[in-house]
Write a protein that binds this ligand. Structure first.
Ligand SMILES: C[S@@+](CC[C@H](N)C(=O)[O-])C[C@H]1O[C@@H](n2cnc3c(N)ncnc32)[C@H](O)[C@@H]1O
Length: 245
């Protein structure tokens, strides 16, 4: 697949999911038909604040930041109050359409539909901070994820930071987790919705995504002139990495 094919396949999937039930596919915390917008937005703020704190970065508030895979703006809204300027980019035009609606009136936010594989619309050294959460874990081709890491290094100013989550769970642990999940579902099926409708296409490559190794992440970061300063949760789905330019 060429990067363009990849972008189209991811865009088609996420556009459809955004139209179907954006809140569920962003945060599958609640059952499919029991989304609570108030809770969704509250948690966007709570998580964003938590992750900024856990990054260990010191912010003055004067930074320009970039969020890769911003979705409908769940965390972008919080970031807008913390940074001088926030750019959110997402492969899905429908997610960005909803994000623009949700963040209308925020004059320090720019929301862009990206091509799903690079950050080529942004000049070199144009951001102080780049962030991404539960995005790379859904990207089917690790080359795309590693390309994004190199791109983040390119668009960061010297001294800037990239704080992001990737899935580094090894194959054996993944199989064990999948077996455990199937067993729990058999013993106690989760009622996804009252009318029997529920999440669909969860076997799609753009949902299943891929896993990277920390060696691959380290090489991509170094190739872009960054050094890894912190790794948390290595070997799990929620591996957090802080890389500094
Ligand atoms: C689970 S949602 C998370 C959204 C947001 N990060 C949040 O936590 O609220 C994943 C998002 O990543 C976006 N996405 C998936 N693949 C992408 C890619 N290759 N490039 C940019 N965004 C992508 C999807 O469109 C979707 O909005």
């Amino acid at each position: 697949m060429t990067p363009l094919d990849h972008g189209k396949s991811m865009r088609d999937f996420w556009d459809q999911k955004a139209r179907e039930n954006a809140m569920y596919y962003i945060s599958s915390y609640r059952a499919y038909d029991q989304q609570d917008p108030e809770e969704f937005w509250k948690w966007g703020g709570i998580l964003a604040e938590r992750f900024l704190g856990e990054s260990g970065c010191r912010f003055t508030g004067n930074e320009a930041m970039l969020e890769i895979g911003c979705g409908v703006g769940r965390m972008t809204k919080y970031f807008a109050g913390r940074f001088r300027h926030v750019t959110g980019v997402d492969v899905s035009a429908e997610m960005i359409r909803q994000a623009r609606e949700n963040l209308a009136g925020f004059d320090n936010v720019r929301l862009d539909v990206g091509n799903g594989s690079d950050l080529s619309v942004y000049p070199d050294a144009s951001f102080d901070f780049v962030f991404s959460y539960i995005v790379f874990q859904h990207i089917p081709d690790t080359k795309v994820t590693l390309g994004y890491i190199r791109e983040a290094g390119r668009v960061l100013r010297p001294g800037g930071s990239f704080y992001f989550q990737v899935n580094t769970m090894p194959r054996v642990a993944r199989l064990r987790a999948a077996l455990g999940k199937a067993k729990r579902a058999l013993l106690k099926p989760k009622p996804e919705s009252v009318d029997g409708s529920g999440p669909r296409d969860l076997d799609h490559p753009a949902w299943q995504g891929s896993r990277v190794t920390m060696d691959e992440v380290g090489s991509a970061a170094r190739a872009a002139g960054m050094r890894i300063e912190k790794i948390e949760g290595e070997g799990t789905q929620y591996t957090w990495v802080l890389a500094r330019r």
